[in-house]
Design a binder for this molecule. Structure first.
Ligand SMILES: CC(=O)SCCNC(=O)CCNC(=O)[C@H](O)C(C)(C)COP(=O)(O)OP(=O)(O)OC[C@H]1O[C@@H](n2cnc3c(N)ncnc32)[C@H](O)[C@@H]1OP(=O)(O)O
Ligand SMILES: CC(C)C(=O)C(=O)O
Length: 550
């Protein structure tokens, strides 16, 4: 990097729009969506999609609910041309879906593009040419008049060729490519010249698409450009105003949202932000951002993992694990305080109440994700996370102080390994620490006699134990099985806390029992026991606590 970047790079000059209205707008309904996965997405792939992949992507897009899909650049390759023909000839395009193709403003390319669409019920012909100063000078060696003439001549030819096929409902889309880097007054002049030729009406609109071909500046500057065009374009009531943001600065989503606030009716982009360089705007994020505000986007991402699989198969590019809404890790918390808040939020969330789980902008279930991976445990985790996983995956609901005690064990292991402690690791450690703590005292069996409803209610217990390899029987009386056992063991044991619960639904469910004991006045320690018999579970828990207190 150079010490003074201003010697090499010029800052973007925003347009003057002091009375801009877009900051006050609120998004209350979705824009018209157009997927260009099969065109802008495809042209940026290391290996462009073959026919099988194109079809898989097309079908996935239709299933999601896209009504406008740019399917090809038919004059670019035989594969693209044949794909358009296949869709039309095999009648694969649903009645409510319109396909779109892109062409440069060159006669042979336009002719080939229209040829590819013959027989379509409805089709969008998308014409583009770059209009910004650097492209005029560097790429085309021409001036504003030359650029405008190219747009106009292309439109005239499209009009002439499409009029020869009245069986198709034709829609023109014009993109002043590199709009984001161009003078707005000139962009308007070119777009107006194109609409002069096409003569759209409110009933038969044309699409004017204003691309951020290269993202030039902060998204508010793009919003200003869009609002200016929205206010100044001729025949605005006959135009669908569209935007096509790229993500060079990483702010395409914000740019698209602000552009819709500024007057755009339609957004073009790709699933998961596929596309040239840093990609087109990500339509999944845009749609689910709307959803998270209570606005249905009109696109269905109920099975986001399936959509991701299709996209990854078709593009051969992985979706990042932290990709908004879709990444493997986006509904997962590793850190203790987040886990604690999520666990409390999940416990308090009611199905008929607005979603309010801290740190989770939407309910993972709405996009087909389970709750199992919401909390994962490593050295950054706290007791809440560990307790959540143990409960969700193995059914153990540890009392609060036991969570604190056991989380020290987990923290130790996580620090030592430096990695994740999975649900089965946690259960293994819980078993080792509590359920298998059976030396020196080990339970073998018991007999219980109790009287109930009398003044001298009491429980008498006889327990067969193994102690250092020797079988022994001890017996005692108390006001409950735990009290009777403590008396039978003839040690100084204070029972500080006691909890039990069924491990699964149903009468035959095993019981889990947790006791906190202070043995011989030492530090309080927990013990745990599991058994089909609730008294046996309690005896095992007491013995586990005694064994752990040594
Ligand atoms: C921002 C975007 O995403 S725009 C879409 C870009 N997508 C693609 O380019 C993918 C498909 N493209 C292709 O396969 C090829 O470029 C083709 C088949 C269309 C054309 O290929 P070629 O004829 O070999 O030309 P090439 O791609 O090198 O085009 C450059 C020429 O087209 C001109 N050109 C570029 N864009 C346009 C346009 N929109 N309208 C008219 N002419 C244009 C250039 O000025 C250049 O002209 P020159 O040769 O006189 O200097
Ligand atoms: C053809 C246009 C819309 C384009 O892809 C771009 O400018 O990025």
């Amino acid at each position: 990097m150079i010490a003074d970047p201003s010697a090499k790079y010029r800052g973007f000059q925003p347009i003057a729009l002091p009375d801009r209205q877009w900051p006050n707008a609120v998004l209350r309904h979705p824009p018209i969506w157009m997927s260009t996965d099969l065109r802008d997405g495809n042209q940026a792939l290391i290996e462009p999609m073959d026919s099988e992949r194109k079809l898989a992507m097309f079908e996935a897009l239709v299933k999601i609910g896209f009504k406008e899909i740019e399917v090809a650049f038919p004059s670019a390759s035989q594969t693209d041309f044949d794909f358009v023909r296949k869709l039309i000839e095999e009648q694969r395009i649903p009645d409510d879906v319109t396909i779109e193709v892109l062409t440069q403003s060159r006669e042979d390319l336009i002719r080939r593009s229209i040829e590819s669409l013959v027989g379509a019920r409805r089709a969008i012909v998308h014409l583009y040419n770059p209009i910004a100063p650097a492209w005029r000078r560097i790429v085309f060696d021409t001036d504003q008049a030359g650029v405008k003439a190219l747009a106009v001549s292309g439109t005239r030819l499209i009009k002439q060729l499409t009029e020869a096929h009245p069986e198709t409902e034709w829609v023109l889309q014009y993109s002043p490519e590199t709009f984001s880097a161009a003078e707005v007054e000139f962009a308007k002049e070119v777009c107006d010249a194109v609409s002069d030729v096409w003569q759209p009406t409110p009933e038969r609109k044309m699409i004017v698409n204003l691309p951020a071909t290269v993202e030039m500046s902060t998204p508010n500057t793009y919003a200003d450009q869009i609002e200016w065009m929205h206010r100044h374009l001729a025949r605005r009531d006959s135009i669908v105003l569209s935007v096509h943001p790229h993500n060079d600065r990483g702010t395409a989503v914000a740019a698209a949202e602000l552009a819709v606030m500024a007057g755009a009716d339609r957004v073009e982009g790709c699933l998961f932000g596929s596309g040239e360089r840093t990609g087109n705007v990500d339509l999944v994020t845009l749609a689910l951002n709307l959803y998270s505000q209570g606005v249905h986007p009109g696109l269905d991402f109920s099975d986001i993992d399936r959509v991701r699989q299709v996209a990854e198969h078709c593009t051969q590019l992985p979706v990042h694990p932290r990709h908004p809404y879709a990444g493997d890790l986006v509904f997962t918390a590793f850190s203790g305080s987040h886990q604690d808040a999520i666990r409390k939020g999940m416990a308090q969330q009611r199905p008929d109440q607005p979603w309010e789980v801290p740190y989770l902008p939407i309910d993972p279930a709405d996009v087909g994700r389970g709750y199992d991976a919401v909390i994962r445990v490593n050295s950054q985790s706290g007791k809440g996370g560990m307790a959540y996983v143990l409960e969700q995956e193995h059914g153990f609901v540890l009392p609060r102080r036991m969570q604190i005690e056991f989380s020290r064990v987990i923290q130790h292991v996580a620090d030592d390994t430096g990695g994740e402690v999975t649900g089965s690791d946690l259960f293994g450690l819980f078993r080792r620490e509590y359920l298998d703590a059976d030396t020196p005292w080990r339970y073998r069996g018991h007999r219980l006699a109790e009287s109930h409803g009398h003044a001298d209610d009491a429980v008498h217990i006889e327990v067969e134990l193994e102690h250092a390899g020797q079988v022994r029987t001890v017996s005692g009386t108390g006001n409950g099985p735990v009290d009777a056992l403590v008396n039978a063991l003839a040690m100084e044991i204070e029972v500080v806390d006691y909890h039990e619960h069924a491990l699964a639904q149903g009468a035959a469910a095993a019981a889990a029992c947790y006791v906190e004991l202070r043995v011989h006045g030492g530090a309080a320690r927990f013990g745990a026991g599991v058994d089909d018999n609730i008294v046996a579970a309690a005896i095992k828990a007491v013995l586990s606590g005694v064994n752990r207190s040594r």
